[in-house]
Design a protein around this ligand. Structure first.
Ligand SMILES: C[S@@+](CC[C@H](N)C(=O)[O-])C[C@H]1O[C@@H](n2cnc3c(N)ncnc32)[C@H](O)[C@@H]1O
Length: 265
């Protein structure tokens, strides 16, 4: 079974997503979305609501932010975060079955969600359907094939990463996302890499938080014991002390437009 976004996972994701690495990703995402006052925007898999909160400020009280997620714990977190923003509302729904009429939104965004969704063509068809003609989508996902991490115990690292593979459905989605977006009817306008690059061991980084999430996920899977998972995580603190820590993992951002037949584009 993959990761369950329960209360504990929600708390970990919320902390991880407030590190400067992910704050920088949100800045890039918002820049690509280029929201204007009064626009209607959908956040698919809105999680802890950090992006929705910023988008609600960008579209203002005349605008509309809608967030959907399958996790009640995440929905509770996002509702609390946006409690003072009546333009933002959140509901329980799946990315492959969005509860909105065709053409409801000027923009839609989904960051770090589609890698957990088994049926990508169905999710992209829904993304396309709910956008108005001329609307835009921004999608961000990680390609775990880009992970570079120094270790002095490669055998243990391989076992831990093999167990971590169970955490997502598509660990390498970005490499096929452009053609899949085009198959869904989109024009892909931009594709950019967002590196999560931590050459030093520091508790206020993406990689520090991710190591904790991986260690807790892999313990008891794929013959990785709790002790082995803890030892795997402890190695990085030790490498950090020795000045030998190195972590790099790429996320990729796609900007895709729904053509507007009336404008010939
Ligand atoms: C890693 S979190 C990312 C949250 C948020 N998009 C962000 O970047 O801050 C992944 C989120 O996707 C949600 N999710 C997973 N599968 C989903 C699905 N099929 N439909 C909607 N949400 C889903 C999870 O519940 C979780 O909140």
């Amino acid at each position: 079974m993959g990761i369950q976004f329960d209360a504990e996972a929600a708390r970990r994701v919320e902390a991880l997503y407030q590190t400067p690495d992910v704050v920088a990703q949100r800045r890039e995402t918002l820049k690509s979305l280029d929201l204007r006052q009064g626009e209607r925007v959908l956040d698919i898999g809105s999680g802890p609501g950090l992006l929705a909160h910023e988008m609600a400020a960008n579209v203002g009280p005349e605008g509309q932010v809608r967030g959907i997620d399958t996790s009640e714990d995440m929905l509770a977190m996002s509702r609390k975060r946006c409690a003072e923003q009546p333009q933002a509302a959140f509901e329980s729904a799946d990315a492959t079955d969005l509860p909105y009429p065709d053409g409801s939104f000027d923009a839609a965004v989904s960051t770090q969600v589609y890698e957990y969704v088994p049926d990508i063509p169905a999710a992209l068809a829904e993304l396309y359907r709910v956008l108005r003609p001329g609307g835009r989508a921004v999608v961000v996902d990680t390609d775990y094939g880009s992970l570079v991490m120094h270790t002095e115990n490669p055998g243990r690292m391989d076992r831990v990463l093999a167990a971590w593979d169970e955490h997502f459905v598509h660990g390498d989605l970005p490499r096929t996302l452009s053609p899949q977006l085009r198959d869904a009817g989109f024009t892909v306008r931009q594709c950019a890499v967002i590196p999560m690059f931590n050459p030093e061991y520091d508790s206020n980084t993406y990689s520090h938080g991710l190591i904790g999430i991986i260690a807790s996920f892999v313990a008891g899977r794929n013959s990785v014991t709790r002790d082995e998972a803890d030892a795997w995580a402890a190695e990085f603190a030790e490498l950090g002390k020795q000045g030998k820590y190195f972590f790099s993992l790429n996320r990729y951002l796609f900007v895709a437009d729904k053509p507007d037949a009336a404008k010939g584009a």
